[in-house]
Design a protein around this ligand. Structure first.
Ligand code: PGA
Length: 247
């Protein structure tokens, strides 16, 4: 059985002070669960967040990483630097990184290798634009993103893949649970072409306008092992998503 993974992506929100206040006020509530719960916070909040959740079952992750160990890469952060903060997870290839910062499938592949070598847990993000959904080419897009991302990588249970259709991110228009399941099951099938064992172990998440009202339907799906939540993870109400099975 795959353990459920509920992840919050804070994007470029919350200062250190706000991070501390969030966990001071809500940690006890968030800790009441039997899932993997991870908050992806801005780099500057990592130390504070790790310290805040220290005595709980909550984990902290970074939203990006550079694939080199060190070097003249102004503005970048390495896996070792992340590890030293106590972060355990890293998001790779979020659509906002691809769109605004030119991240390519090849960079995603290098980052995935670096993250696994460093002993961290990656969540690879894939997802089609609205145009590919409308033209019916979305599975082809996903296939390319997934195969390019994992090329030459021995996948194990540390790796998760998040299907996040770009048209559903931050729009309030989530994919239906059937649409999400179609792609998540397709992704599992792609992984099984490489390794049957890995395909049974890795967790596949859905992301894009997940909220306390749609979480139950999404989590009912056979191939969806969790969610990656943006906007709704910034508020204490995120606990309703984390504890969707207790409502
Ligand atoms: P959203 O973002 O939940 O605000 O749509 C999801 C994401 O970007 O991971």
């Amino acid at each position: 059985m795959r353990r459920e993974l509920i992840a919050g992506n804070w994007k470029m929100y919350k200062t250190q002070k706000e991070t501390k206040a969030f966990f001071d006020n809500n940690l006890a509530l968030f800790s009441q669960n039997d899932k993997d719960v991870v908050f992806f916070v801005p780099f500057t909040d990592l130390n504070q967040a790790v310290q805040s959740v220290e005595k709980s079952n909550i984990e902290i992750g970074a939203q990006n990483v550079h694939f080199e160990n060190e070097g003249a890469y102004t503005g970048e952060i390495s896996c070792e630097m992340l590890k030293e903060t106590g972060a355990k997870y890293v998001l790779i290839g979020h659509s906002e990184r691809r769109k605004y910062f030119g991240e390519t499938d090849q960079m995603v592949n290098k980052k995935l290798k670096a993250v696994l070598n460093a002993g961290l847990c990656p969540i690879i993000c894939v997802g089609e634009q609205l145009s590919a959904r409308q033209s019916g080419e979305y599975l082809e897009v996903i296939k390319n993103q997934v195969f390019n991302a994992v090329e030459g990588v021995a996948l194990d249970e540390r790796t998760a893949i998040a299907y996040e259709p770009v048209w559903a991110i931050g729009t309030g228009k989530n994919a239906s649970s059937m649409q999400a399941e179609e792609v998540c099951s397709f992704v599992r099938g792609l992984i099984s072409e490489i390794s049957k064992e890995a395909s049974e172990k890795i967790r596949i998440l859905y992301g894009g306008s997940v909220n306390p009202n749609n979480i139950k339907d999404i989590m009912k799906m056979k191939n969806i092992d969790g969610v990656l939540v943006g906007g709704a993870s910034l508020k204490p109400d995120f606990v309703k998503i984390v504890q969707y099975d207790k409502q």
